[in-house]
Ligand binder design. Structure first.
Ligand SMILES: C=C(O[C@@H]1C=C(C(=O)O)C=C[C@H]1O)C(=O)O
Length: 423
């Protein structure tokens, strides 16, 4: 039985037998304490809890040989063709940069049962936060991107204006250092309070012998494949949420009407439809973009669904075809990528890449790794980005990145300066 079958049964309320598999054939859903211990023990661990589905994978039975996105489909195919023992599933992370190396493993054991997470106190103690780049530098990066877009448009004859650089997503990062080691599971437990997001923890390749994990709560589905159904839920165009319901509603309405945000969103939808079309015999997206929200942000969103032409098209193949979408990269993708490499001072690593799983049948789910941080010992590096289009305002774009940091910073119990949040 594939993961999709199990998840489908869960969703429809049927009892699921054998929700945990491991080599000894043992069954059982772990206690939350046991789960938290796994995440702090340094062994390989993976947890993905989306609004409808959960998957938890512990241990590393074998690692998929790492490589760039160009070889992912072939490596995954080869893996399932030659590995016959253990769970028929790979879980892990794809980097933002398609030329960088991914990190996927076949776990020792799997749990599909709904993961309930009890909020635990965020890390206590003192924090120091360093910005890279600083806010003023970020605004200069946005101005540089705007200049590049104008130049790109000027260099092309009017008939080719569509090929000009029209969107680039620029990110900034915060390195937060605590006075004691960080507990990724406690950070996840705070993020998971927001039922609108897909909460995740994924082990990353160790750095200088130290265990690292990516922990986050993402609102965005890059792509999923269940049987012959393909789904994607791109978000682009954002506004901060407000405690006052009237102000919050006004912010949402203004976002829905904003010509600049609608254009920013449309670019993403078009790119996804163009890239999915060759794989699909049916493909549909609603004519109108919708408002979608998390606890701290409003977004413009579109739910895209397609029917595959060929059942051999796997979820890694679809993820590679789409990534990086202009929700996290830009358009044209290559030019945007070059500009990101040139302007951003900190390598994105696995931020704005994807986190997810694929099984032997090719089913799988890949979420964009957003609203996340890379945890190592007593540090966490956070990233947040904003889509820059022709009439972007550098000050407003910097403010948008601050708003996107709120989810993670609140989970840590601090503000952007590292001061404790008042209760
Ligand atoms: C890049 C991020 O978010 C992406 C960019 C968005 C935008 O520019 O409006 C909205 C959602 C995400 O697709 C981020 O959260 O860091």
């Amino acid at each position: 039985m594939s993961y999709s079958d199990v998840a489908e049964q869960r969703e429809t309320g049927h009892e699921v037998a054998g929700s945990t598999t491991n080599p000894a054939g043992n069954q059982g859903v772990q206690s939350e304490r046991a789960r938290a211990n796994i995440f702090s023990s340094g062994q390989h661990a993976f947890l993905l809890r989306s609004p409808g589905r959960s998957i938890q994978a512990n241990g590393c039975r074998s690692q998929l040989p790492s490589g760039s996105s160009a070889t992912l489909v072939q490596r995954v195919q080869q893996f399932f063709a030659t590995n016959h023992h253990g769970p028929e599933l790979l879980v892990g992370v794809l980097p933002f940069d398609p030329q960088a190396e991914d990190y996927l493993v076949q776990p020792e054991e799997l749990t599909y049962a709904r993961v309930n997470v009890t909020p635990q106190p965020p890390v206590a103690g003192q924090w120091r936060v360093e910005r890279a780049p600083g806010v003023t530098e970020y605004q200069s990066m946005v101005s540089a991107a705007l200049a590049q877009m104008a130049a790109s448009l000027q260099q092309l004859p009017t008939s080719s204006a569509k090929q000009a650089l029209s969107k680039v997503v620029l990110a900034r990062s915060l390195l937060a250092t605590a006075s004691e080691p960080l507990d990724s599971y406690a950070v996840l437990s705070q993020l998971a309070k927001d039922e609108a997001v897909t909460a995740f923890i994924a082990s990353l390749p160790p750095l200088n012998g130290l265990a690292r994990q990516l922990v986050g709560g993402t609102p965005e589905l890059l792509v999923s494949r269940h049987g012959h159904i393909v789904s994607s839920n791109p978000l682009a165009g954002s506004a901060k949420r407000h405690a006052d319901p009237a102000v919050d509603k006004a912010a949402a309405e203004a976002l829905l009407k904003s010509e600049k945000d609608r254009r920013e969103h449309q670019v993403v939808v078009e790119s996804i439809l163009d890239n999915l079309a060759p794989f699909c015999r049916q493909l549909k997206a609603p004519a109108m973009m919708q408002l979608q929200s998390t606890a701290s942000m409003w977004h413009l969103g579109t739910e895209i669904e397609g029917v595959l032409k060929n059942d051999d098209t796997s979820s890694p193949e679809l993820a590679v075809a789409l990534h990086p979408t202009p929700a996290v990269g830009g358009t044209p993708a290559d030019e945007a990528l070059q500009l990101i490499r040139k302007l951003e001072p900190v390598d994105r690593g696995f931020y704005a890449g994807a986190v997810g799983w694929t099984d032997r049948q090719g089913d799988g789910e890949w979420y964009l790794s957003l609203r996340c941080g890379e945890v190592c010992a007593n540090q966490i590096r956070l990233f947040a980005g904003a889509g820059i289009v022709a009439d972007s305002d550098p000050v407003a774009e910097a403010a948008e990145t601050s708003a996107k940091f709120v989810a993670l910073l609140s989970a840590l119990g601090i503000d952007e300066q590292g001061n404790p949040l008042s209760k």
